[in-house]
Design a protein around this ligand. Structure first.
Ligand code: GDP
Length: 197
């Protein structure tokens, strides 16, 4: 799937400007700095495709990528900024909720969790939102190269038992390192299984 064309389509700041829901889509979400743009670039083998969301102007955009005409990848704005204002948070929640409810083609959310930190309060807030809207989400641990094997298996175990109690969580967690290119094929296979044939 990813060996073929992957094109940046557009940035949308409101639901009216999203592309027509002609394809299945998967969405990447995570706290700022979790490694989301690195992971999208590593998955698609394109260096500058997804850009880090740390600049203020980028915090409100949904970015759409068309993968070989078979699937959209959607890059949600990062959340959980230390310096986010109440208005920023409210705006993020409003856009995200509307997005979750308004996209019939949405197949799965990949919720990225920094393996060094594990699940934090802002992640739980997002999981609450996803459970409420009944959108299936799959957790992806990022930056696993930063941990020793023993540390990683501890975090993985804790994360696994946490999601066991979440209604809309997909039971299988993916471990990735964009830096070491690990776990990418597993994630690509998950995504390919949701794309048009
Ligand atoms: P975003 O804000 O979620 O898009 O995060 P970025 O992709 O910009 O990554 C944030 C920081 O983490 C950057 O300094 C990256 O170089 C670093 N990073 C991202 N992925 C990895 C990884 O797999 N391993 C390591 N060691 N660092 C990573």
């Amino acid at each position: 799937l990813f060996a073929r064309d992957v094109d940046f389509m557009r940035s949308a700041v409101s639901l009216e400007t999203l592309p027509p829901p002609d394809l299945p889509e998967v969405c990447f979400a995570g706290r700022s700095n979790v490694g989301k743009s690195s992971l999208i670039n590593a998955l698609t083998n394109r260096k500058g495709l997804a850009r880090a969301s740390n600049t203020p102007g980028r915090t409100r955009e949904l970015n759409y990528f068309n993968v070989d005409g078979r699937l959209f990848i959607v890059d949600l704005p990062g959340f959980g900024y230390a310096r986010a204002s109440k208005t920023d948070i409210a705006r993020w929640q409003q856009l995200t909720k509307a997005y979750l409810r308004g996209r019939p083609g949405l197949r799965r959310i990949f919720l990225l969790i920094d393996s060094r930190h594990g699940i934090k309060a802002p992640d739980i807030e997002v999981m609450d939102m996803l459970d409420e809207t009944a959108v299936i989400y799959q957790l992806v641990l990022t930056k696993t190269d930063k941990l020793k094997k023993g540390e990683l298996s501890k975090v993985a175990e804790k994360t696994q038992s946490f999601i066991a109690k979440r209604p809309a969580a997909f039971p299988f967690i993916v471990h990735t390192s964009s830096e070491k290119k690990e776990g990418l094929d597993v994630l690509r296979a998950e995504i390919a299984s949701l794309a048009l044939p």
